[in-house]
Design a protein around this ligand. Structure first.
Ligand SMILES: [Zn+2]
Length: 461
């Protein structure tokens, strides 16, 4: 097992990145046809994006087609390419067809426009034709697809790919099997992304909402108005900052459970203070998390929780007022963590799940080094069970965010943040952080993954 590359490469004609790209082209052409066919037939495909995502990520060839990083997909291929979590090159070395090569090569491939189109455009249409909910239809359409891929390969003079395609067919058929109880179809999340987006719209309509502003007060009232009838508690205090004293208010909505312990789901609602006069509304940075939590409240409300209590926490004063330092930032959570430590709440917290900048239409949640590894792994497990894993943890970063005061006090914490907002994070902390960059799908992905993570936490011994 130590010399996979050396042994795999000669046996597999596609064992190089050019071969991989060629496969993609062949496949894409087919896909383009299928997509047009679907539209032409005027069929309505309910829940298309969710099923598509799920299917795409379960597809062996998804390594090539999948959104997000290829390396990540490759590591989770259905037929046991790699079971552990290694580096990209490790994954590449163990990939059965040897088609994924080193990271640098992948980057080069992804920079290629055509390849990028394959990654985004096609995955949103293709797999729906490959994986209809009826498995019988699935078999015939799958056969259909493969024969079309074959003929495409022949037409494109990509004959050297045929052995690869055959092995894909075999692996694919065995990977599919009957639908499992926890398949994405049956575990349909009820998170209402349309409503979540409406909340973002309403939040940003208040304008900049930096601490101490009239708009900030309006958003406080807005959140409260949507939590009428819930068990709500405020943690209000005055923060001393480099720009003077400001009122800060964390808002907590509590949904009691039957199990002893608390899961906190948090996100900030204030916007950046230094940008308060620029028209900056923080649709993603502050807006998306506020809205996500409001929709999670809808999901939790009126249901008997057979598990831990869930507390939704809208944090305040997350942003620095001048320049980010340990003392000029995280005003709300620093205060609350200390308060909960003193009153004994902290030791009951089983998990602190933070959401930040999760509305980006190009959703790539980063793995974050100040977070608790097992909790991030659990979130990834949740994402994987929903077919959303390609949106998670392709990249690892270090973030100081609202989880820090809790993590420092020993609370298992995970910062679910997509800190790549626009190319090179170009929209972050700029007036370009507007709602047009957001997608309801991203909200749905994160909302559903959080709900599933909560379920997994409830099940933990
Ligand atoms: Zn920010």
């Amino acid at each position: 097992m130590t010399d996979h590359v050396g042994t795999a490469a000669p046996g597999c004609p596609a064992a190089n990145h050019i071969g991989m790209a060629a496969l993609c082209f062949a496949f894409t052409n087919h896909v383009g046809t299928a997509a047009l066919g679907c539209r032409g037939a005027g069929r309505r495909l309910p829940d298309l994006p969710r099923r598509v995502e799920a299917a795409a990520q379960k597809t062996p060839i998804g390594a090539a087609l999948g959104k997000g990083t290829i390396s990540q997909t490759a590591e989770r291929l259905p037929f046991g390419a790699v079971s552990g979590k290694g580096t990209t090159s490790q994954a590449a070395e163990r990939f059965p067809f040897g088609v994924v090569s080193a990271r640098a090569r992948l980057r080069r491939l992804r920079k290629n426009t055509t390849f990028r189109e394959i990654g985004k455009g096609t995955t949103s249409v293709v797999p729906i034709t490959l994986f209809p909910s009826s498995s019988r239809a699935g078999v015939s359409q799958r056969g259909n697809l493969l024969s079309r891929v074959f003929s495409q390969a022949v037409r494109s003079r990509l004959l050297f790919l045929l052995p690869l395609l055959l092995s894909v067919q075999v692996a694919w058929s065995s990977a599919l099997g009957p639908s499992k109880p926890n398949s994405p179809q049956s575990a349909a999340p009820s998170f209402n992304s349309t409503r979540a987006m409406q909340y973002v719209r309403e939040v940003v309509a208040f304008g900049p909402r930096a601490i101490g502003s009239a708009n900030h007060k309006k958003v406080e009232n807005y959140i409260h108005s949507l939590l009428k009838g819930d068990l709500v508690e405020d943690d209000a205090f005055t923060a001393t900052t480099p720009e003077g004293k400001f009122p800060v208010r964390n808002i907590i909505a509590k949904f009691p459970g039957t199990r002893d312990g608390i899961i906190v789901i948090a996100g900030h609602y204030d916007t950046n203070y230094p940008l308060r006069k620029t028209g900056y509304v923080g649709a993603n940075d502050g807006g998306s998390s506020t809205a996500l939590l409001l929709e999670l409240a809808n999901q939790l409300r009126g249901k008997k929780r057979d598990g831990y209590s869930v507390w939704l926490l809208w944090t305040d004063g997350e942003e620095a007022v001048k320049e980010w330092t340990a003392t000029d930032s995280l005003y709300g959570t620093r205060h609350l963590a200390e308060k909960w430590q003193n009153d004994g709440t902290l030791r009951k917290i089983k998990a602190f799940l933070l959401t930040d900048m999760i509305g980006d239409a190009d959703l790539n949640i980063d793995r974050e080094t100040n977070s608790t590894a097992w909790l991030e792994d659990l979130a990834l497990q949740a994402a994987t069970s929903l077919g959303y894993q390609s949106h998670f943890f392709a990249r690892t970063i270090s973030e100081e965010d609202d989880h820090i005061p809790f993590a420092h006090l020993g609370v298992p914490s995970a910062d679910l943040i997509d800190f790549d907002y626009g190319y090179g994070n170009v929209f972050w902390h700029t007036p370009q952080d507007t709602i047009d960059k957001l997608s309801p799908k991203s909200m749905e992905i994160v909302g559903s993954v959080i709900l599933e993570t909560v379920r997994l936490l409830d099940e933990r011994k």
